[in-house]
Design a protein around this ligand. Structure first.
Ligand SMILES: [Zn+2]
Length: 336
């Protein structure tokens, strides 16, 4: 982590500024240390160069959002979590989810330490060795527009972000960092990029991608929860998100947080699926009712209506038909 990124980062709990303490650097890169909230004194560790701006209640590995709202502890694929939902029954599941949501812990604690196994994974992936295994370099570090497919939604997404000419770019729910690294590679305007992901091992993948395109000096992978963004208010020009919405529980919280961190007239550009997750396991209307009740992605209409309620203006909502017959929407919102 470069010291200069700290001026954009905030305590995810109270949104105040952070001070860097007990840091050890190597070649101007802070490798270990602590970020301490100047207001509430919560402490956040820097592990293998990555700021871990998560509180102890946040989940730090991928979880199906359906499992998450139902409080299911063990790992389930998305499809398995739909099966669990089916077994529980929609009415019962809504009650369980509302009950859990109303019991959110009132006190917030720091994550003081991260298991060494996870630190090892971050380091290994950031070193680039992970990418050298199998044919990952070919598969994961490729550039889709070089294939000549000019009509793809991804390319339109990249262009829409560039149109906003951001200097300070925030990518949320970054996953392995594919979208954000492509944008950073293309952009001529970006001076600082922050990529937020809560699955800690992915931070290594994202940072390696930045290194791979020689942009590691102004691009940082940061551990954070998109419903409690670890970013100061009114600091971001453009927020981008590539197909992250169906992975998130708490869609309205994400909208409020993105609105908060954007500068006035700032943009929120994203690719989203047109419809909510579909499965043979469950009745479509029942699933939509469930997602609406518990604040999961319920399709683009509900999302756009929530965005307007948050205060966003809708500038672009363009449909793309994918090869698999499903549709994606390119959406660009701006903060009024
Ligand atoms: Zn704080």
């Amino acid at each position: 982590m470069k010291k200069k990124v700290a001026k954009y980062l905030a305590c995810p709990s109270c949104k105040s500024e952070l001070a860097l303490e007990k840091s050890k650097s190597w070649k101007q890169d802070v490798r270990t240390g602590k970020l301490v909230c100047l207001n509430c004194n919560l402490v956040y560790p820097i592990i293998s160069g990555r700021p871990i701006l998560l509180t102890s209640s946040a989940v730090n590995e991928w979880k199906s959002p359906v499992s998450e709202v139902l409080g299911i502890a063990q790992y389930e694929t998305y499809e398995d979590s739909i099966k669990s939902l089916n077994k529980i029954g929609i009415e019962n599941a809504i009650k369980i989810a509302h009950n859990i949501q109303s019991q959110k812990p009132k006190t917030t604690e720091s994550i003081e330490t991260i298991p060494s196994k996870i630190c090892g994974k971050i380091k290994y992936r950031e070193s680039g060795d992970w990418f050298k295994c199998g044919n990952r370099t070919e598969r994961l570090l490729a550039f889709p527009w070089e294939s000549g497919n000019q009509n793809c939604s991804f390319l339109a997404f990249m262009e829409e972000i560039q149109k906003t000419q951001p200097e300070i770019l925030l990518d949320i729910a970054s996953g392995g960092g594919f979208g954000v690294s492509q944008q950073v590679y293309l952009s001529k305007s970006v001076k600082q990029t922050i990529a937020i992901e809560r699955d800690l091992k992915c931070l290594g993948n994202i940072q390696y991608r930045f290194k791979h395109i020689h942009k590691e000096n102004n691009s940082e992978a940061v551990a954070g929860d998109v419903r409690q963004l670890p970013v100061l208010s009114n600091t971001i020009d453009t927020t981008m998100m590539l197909m992250g919405l169906p992975e998130i529980s708490g869609i309205t919280a994400v909208l409020k947080e993105v609105y908060r961190v954007l500068k006035p007239s700032g943009n929120y550009v994203m690719l989203i699926p047109e419809s909510a997750y579909e499965s043979k396991e469950i009745n479509k209307d029942d699933f939509i009712r469930f997602t609406k009740e518990v604040d999961l992605f319920a399709g683009h209409e509900k999302f756009l209506s929530d965005a307007e309620k948050t205060g966003f203006e809708i500038n672009v909502a363009k449909q793309f038909k994918e090869k698999n017959g499903k549709c994606r929407l390119l959406i660009s919102l701006s903060k009024k």
